[in-house]
Write a protein that binds this ligand. Sequence first.
Ligand SMILES: [Zn+2]
Length: 67
Amino acid sequence: MPLPKRRHSSTRQAKRRTHYKLDAPSVSTCTNCGETRRSYQICANCGYYSGRIWFTPKPAKETAEAA
Ligand SMILES: [Zn+2]
């Protein structure tokens, strides 16, 4: 088993970790309804993807509006 010869300093560790970051999810616009949606995913608003309907979205629940 290879072993590191020297311990890495906390500065070196911190410098490496500057590259660990989250990036915002890629978003595009639905061609059917114009809502923003996640790229390569079915539109949550109208259920369209790739020119055809994949599911019919249910109408908004009244309980969600009351809460
Ligand atoms: Zn849509």
